[in-house]
Design a protein around this ligand. Sequence first.
Ligand code: EPZ
Length: 430
Amino acid sequence: MEQYIIRGGNPLVGEVEISGAKNAALGILAAAIMTDDTVLIENLPDVRDINVLLEAMESIGVKVERLTRHAVLMNSEHVGEVSVEYEYIKKIRASYYLIGALLGKYKKAEVPLPGGCNIGSRPIDLHLKGFKALGAKVSIRNGFIIAEAENLHGSHIFLDTVSVGATINIMMAASMAEGYTIIENCAREPHVVDVANFLNSMGANIKGAGTDVIRIRGVQKLHKTEYSIIPDQIEAGTFMFAAAATKGDVMVKNVIPKHLEATTAKLLEIGCEVEEFDNAVRVVASKRLHSTNVKTLPYPGYPTDMQPQIGVTLALAEGTSIVTESIFENRFKYMDELARMGAVVRVEGNTAIITGVDKLSGARVSAPDLRAGAALVIAALAAEGVTTIDDIIYIQRGYECFEEKLRSLGAEIEKVNSEKEAQKFRLRIC
Ligand code: EPZ
């Protein structure tokens, strides 16, 4: 099983290029199914989730031609199957975007029910409510969601909870429904806007993405397009916190600063210097950071996907901080791992109380999920001594060339897949 071995203590210094946004790419790849024309998608992140979704799409007949690691040509003219196999949805939940895309285009979709995951139960009731409102008959049989409709018609849909997935899935299906759809209480994340812009580039008629009301006039056909994915604001924020926690000086390039406002505000609050450029941000942490309080909220609030990253940074800040996770019910599992590195943390329900310590020490820990895994890497980079991180497959789902990018900033990190390799690296660094 692959591991990271990290020797902490080096401030991260230099420049890092951010890849395309995983959570935008997952919706956009699914939406590409909705035209019979060939679609070119660029700035794809080369990460496990994207590669698994492409395999799932090939399994139902989508022609996928990988031009480079970051560019793909897709053609769905000969999609013969609207049923996606369980093995794909088991690997990535976001295969459920294929329901909205297949239902919109073929008026039928069969996709396995996604399970929960390590951060919570993650129901999809709002997705199904939206499909039903558009006229689909939705049933669950043998672990599959079966959605089908004679025709899809416009509707006025109110989302009880702000949901990125439901907003994107319903928007896709509605883009080829007959008539006019209004979706209220929508998610406003940059990746929702990116999927809407992609659909509009194929001839859809979607207005209001990025606000909490999206208006869609359905169209009969969608056509070819060439599209480049926005930069990944969560990857960018992860490197910004890595600079903060290691008292470094990092220029994070290929970003949209507007998408990082909540993260930048918190970094300034805890004592970092943050300089914004057109498509880059520079984070400098020259002195000891201090505590703050943070509550995760839907965009433009502080992102839940950035909660572990600030959590580990606050473990080294002066004073006591309170982190409240309002989106998912089980997103503090990394705190136990952090305590093994010497952090003083207490979790009470959806709140973590973090009392900053002068230093963390290296230990053997395991990544509980994607973002918590990346946060433990940050903790290891800031800790004294050597840390071994197990289960890094979670991290590889959402971070392209993570260890190479960190090494280019001065980190001592190695990916190993045997105890022998681990020993060799330890001897080399100690
Ligand atoms: C997306 O998940 C992201 N994943 C998550 O990022 C991110 O944490 C989340 O949005 C919130 O920003 C992708 O985009 C692939 P939600 P999603 O629907 O769409 C509840 C990462 O690290 N809810 O916005 O599944 C749900 O339980 C991942 O890249 C319902 O109750 O999240 C949660 O409490 C982790 N019913 C809240 O809404 C539904 O039908 C927000 O979930 C749907 C959601």
